[in-house]
Design a protein around this ligand. Structure first.
Ligand SMILES: *Cc1c(COP(=O)(O)O)cnc(C)c1O
Length: 352
């Protein structure tokens, strides 16, 4: 019956997940594994989020609010007066935006190497994925990118970029927005850890979507909440394309609760910035400047896979970058975790 499966799923491996911490613990006989493979927040969610989620459980007999009113209000309090849409993680937002604007067979442009899900989601939708490589230093050739976007309705750009860590300057993004006819989805999953604020661009351009997630700085990865700043014209059509009741009421409540606790955000940010500097100083391999809560490392002459195995044997789980389209096989990506995790990682990488 396998012949029934579509070619985009039978012919490729799909999303590549990091190894599970439990598997690493079992394989190497280690109690506590440093989990630095998925760019999560190592701290538990804000108590305000936990309390809101617990309260929402009491009314779980009802379907959730499809317009996410309470979350959108919390987003307006946090960010100011913008238009927002929500989804099951930013991944859910990405899928819905693709569904809203792209017909099967049309081109979707992706600046690579980057997060693989843009291409996977576009391919699953039947779109034609056009990868546009960054320069050797991982900066974006804006002219080349604009050129590749000719005729395309949707393009993806990630800043700060996963896994390279660098940001695209505001001026370069603006050049792209002015040069393309379609929509730019700018993935800002890690923007809270940088010094760049792309939000003002929403006031000047109606072809920009800013993707955000509650999974990283807001520590809610397990609850799957994403959202986006959208231009006014897109909002009603996004709602038509979205899966009904996709985002559950417990997650919605938790996200609104987390947004009401900005002190937590500042603490996380300070922690990440301090450790990021130490990582760049103490890692004995070539590293790349990062505006995110992770650092990419060139582990040559080792391959990414070899480095991941050796670090796992020392109780540290990191991510090999081999599965990122357009990147070589000698990079790893390490997230900034709790103090003990970071200390263990630095010791391990210095004794590889
Ligand atoms: C983690 C991540 C996301 C997805 O986040 P979810 O909201 O958990 O789906 C999106 N983009 C990038 C670049 C990420 O690293």
């Amino acid at each position: 019956m396998r012949r029934l499966v579509r070619a985009c799923f039978s012919g490729s491996a799909g999303y590549s997940y990091a190894k599970s911490a439990d598997d690493v613990a079992r394989e190497h006989g280690i109690d506590r594994v440093a989990r630095l493979a998925s760019n999560e927040n190592p701290c538990p969610p804000s108590p305000a989020a936990v309390e809101a989620a617990a309260n929402a459980l009491r009314t779980a007999n009802r379907y959730p609010d499809t317009r996410a009113t309470a979350l959108v209000e919390a987003l307006r309090r946090y960010h100011g007066d913008y238009r927002f849409v929500t989804g099951v993680g930013m991944d859910g937002v990405i899928e819905t935006v693709i569904r809203t604007v792209v017909e099967p067979g049309e081109a979707v442009v992706v600046s690579t190497p980057t997060f693989s899900f843009y291409g996977l989601a576009a391919a699953a939708h039947g779109a034609r994925v056009v990868n546009v490589p960054r320069r050797e230093d991982f900066s974006v050739d804006t002219g080349g990118f604009v050129e590749a976007c000719r005729g395309a309705k949707l393009a993806f750009l990630c800043s700060p970029n996963n896994p390279t860590g660098n940001s695209v300057p505001l001026g370069a993004v603006e050049e792209i927005l002015e040069g393309i006819e379609g929509l730019l989805f700018l993935d800002n999953a890690y923007v809270d850890f940088s010094d760049i604020d792309y939000r003002p661009l929403m006031r000047r351009h109606e072809n920009l979507v800013l993707g955000r997630t509650m999974s990283k700085i807001f520590a809610l990865a397990g609850l799957r909440v994403g959202y986006a700043f959208v231009p006014e014209w897109l909002e009603p059509f996004y709602h038509r394309a979205a899966t009904p009741f996709a985002l559950n009421s417990v997650s919605l409540a938790a996200a609104a609760g987390a947004l009401a606790d900005p002190d937590r955000v500042r603490e996380t940010c300070d922690h990440v910035r301090q450790w990021r500097e130490r990582f760049l100083e103490e890692i004995p391999y070539e590293t790349f400047p990062s505006d995110a809560n992770f650092v990419m490392i060139d582990v040559s002459p080792l391959t990414g896979g070899e480095a991941v195995e050796r670090l796992a044997a020392k109780g540290v789980l990191v991510r090999s970058c081999t599965s990122f389209p357009g990147l070589g096989d000698h990079y790893i990506r390490v997230s900034i975790g709790e103090d003990w995790e970071n200390v263990r990682f630095l010791e391990a990488i210095n004794n590889l």
